[in-house]
Design a protein around this ligand. Structure first.
Ligand code: B12
Length: 274
């Protein structure tokens, strides 16, 4: 059959109806998804900051964060109420299959652009109180949370050794030998990588070494998992890291104390520890 014959027999109405936008549903903007609506902040400047991450727009993330900092909004509020909310929204659309891996990467870049700007304000204290080693679990490429932990530790006056992401277990154990840290922080965002934590503790013990506490955090990790092995404490928010380190340094707190007194030590109600 020639194309002309085919076209003359084709039921145009059927084609039009099948691909009609009313059938497919009207296109919506990312922020119009119902779950995203419930996640995004409604107040400014947090909404604009979150939207920059959601729209994977590094330039507007930078500009919005700079403006908020100029307006004397605290870096912690900017991160928690703006940048993180944007990333939560990105995750909702990724889980639903609307966003893909490149979206996560670009949104992650947008978030880090804002975090770096906050870092400039938080700064580095010149004196160092003690050494903390920070790493992302072996096999895990997610390093935004770890970067925030490092940033808050440095702003709190600790020397944070940043081992990067996907750090082999043996390298973490070697870092304990090399730095004899007063605290360690580990981050894992995948259920397949969080098992590195108990393996690290096991290796540290086998080598006859000791660390006052290893803070284990990251999206994949839960308190009951972290408390199923010794030497560890579940880390909830990145800005808690210097407070935990401070409690070890000043009050000689152990990992057992940190678990028992978490909320008191970080100075706020933390539901996981209530
Ligand atoms: C951005 C992102 C990426 C980016 C990461 C960019 C980067 N440089 O980090 C990229 C694109 C690389 C990526 C890749 C993948 N990702 Co991804 N990703 C995410 C996403 C959307 C956000 C992660 C994030 O940065 N969150 C914000 C940061 C700040 O949170 P955080 O690290 O948890 O840190 C907070 C706390 O946990 C705490 N914290 C962390 N550590 C510590 C330590 C201490 C001591 C303390 C006190 C606190 C603390 O501080 C922060 C809050 O203040 C998550 C979704 C989610 N809900 O997490 C998926 C997610 C983690 N990814 C996922 C997956 C599956 C992948 C891929 C395997 C996908 C694929 N099919 O290829 C790949 C990995 C490939 C590989 N190489 O193995 C899954 C993991 C599922 C699981 N449970 O195992 C998630 C949950 C998405 C999903 N819903 O399925 N991803």
């Amino acid at each position: 059959m020639s194309y002309d014959e085919f076209e003359s027999k084709m039921d145009q109405n059927f084609v039009a109806v099948r691909y009609n936008v009313e059938v497919e549903g009207a296109a919506i903007k990312p922020e119009e998804d119902l779950d995203v609506q419930n996640t995004l902040p409604t107040d400014e400047p947090f909404r604009s900051i979150a939207l920059s991450v959601l729209y994977e727009d590094r330039d507007s993330s930078l500009a919005n964060v700079q403006k908020a900092l100029k307006d004397k909004i605290s870096p912690i509020e900017i991160i928690n109420n703006g940048l993180m909310k944007g990333m939560d929204a990105v995750n909702i659309l990724y889980t639903k299959g609307f966003y893909f891996l490149p979206d996560l990467m670009l949104a992650g870049d947008g978030m880090m652009e804002g975090v770096k700007e906050c870092e400039k304000v938080l700064g580095h204290k010149s004196e160092t109180k003690g050494t903390v080693v920070s790493f992302v679990a072996e096999g895990d490429p997610h390093d935004i949370g770890k970067n925030m932990v490092v940033m808050f530790l440095r702003a709190g006056g600790f020397e944070a050794i940043d081992m990067g992401r996907d750090v082999p277990i043996k390298d973490v154990v070697n870092a304990v030998k090399e730095y004899n840290p007063l605290f360690m922080t580990g981050t894992a965002l995948m259920t397949t990588t969080m098992t590195a934590f108990p393996k690290i503790v096991d290796e540290i013990q086998k080598e006859g070494l000791e660390v006052p506490a290893i803070g284990c955090g990251g999206g994949a990790v839960r308190k009951d998992f972290v408390e199923s092995f010794p030497m560890s404490v579940y880390g909830v928010e990145a800005y808690h890291a210097p407070k935990l380190a401070e409690a070890i340094l000043k009050d000689k707190k152990t990992w057992k104390d940190l678990r028992k007194e978490y909320s008191k030590i970080v100075g706020e109600f933390v539901s996981e520890y209530s």
